[in-house]
Design a protein around this ligand. Structure first.
Ligand code: FE2
Length: 133
């Protein structure tokens, strides 16, 4: 099932919300490619684009949290780093039996939605209070 962005996912910041929407759109693009059996090349193209964009997004988010001295910034950065490390394993060790496109998609979807709803939401009020929306 495709994931759509709703207000529930809002982190009260226009730039970060727009980046989250873009990541969810890429996730849906990946799902469509898998459902329509568009092949390995297309799968790798989307997953590479998504991982590059996720890194870009994490940098934006981390810079903003650092700029506003968000107390849990180090923990937040560790979560991003761990995700990127896991994603690299999934992308570059496709021979591992669990790394099927379906499993990779499920991992990405679960991580992204849980991260936005849980970890990202923790800074939403903090940023709003500082006028950083
Ligand atoms: Fe985050």
């Amino acid at each position: 099932m495709p994931v759509s962005w709703t207000e529930d996912l809002s982190v009260n910041n226009t730039t970060l919300n727009a980046q989250h929407k873009k990541l969810l759109n890429m996730l849906n693009e990946l799902e469509t490619a898998i459902l329509l059996n568009q092949g390995d090349v297309r799968y790798h193209e989307i997953i590479t684009k998504m991982s590059n964009y996720a890194k870009e997004h994490f940098q934006t988010e981390e810079a903003l949290l650092t700029e506003h001295a968000f107390p849990d910034v180090e923990e937040h950065i560790s979560e991003h780093d761990e995700f990127v490390a896991n994603l690299m394993i999934l992308m570059f060790e496709p021979e591992a039996e669990d790394n099927t496109p379906e499993n990779v998609l499920a991992f990405l979807k679960e991580w992204l939605v849980n991260h936005i709803m849980g970890t990202d939401k923790q800074y939403a009020a903090y940023l709003s209070e500082r006028g950083a929306g």
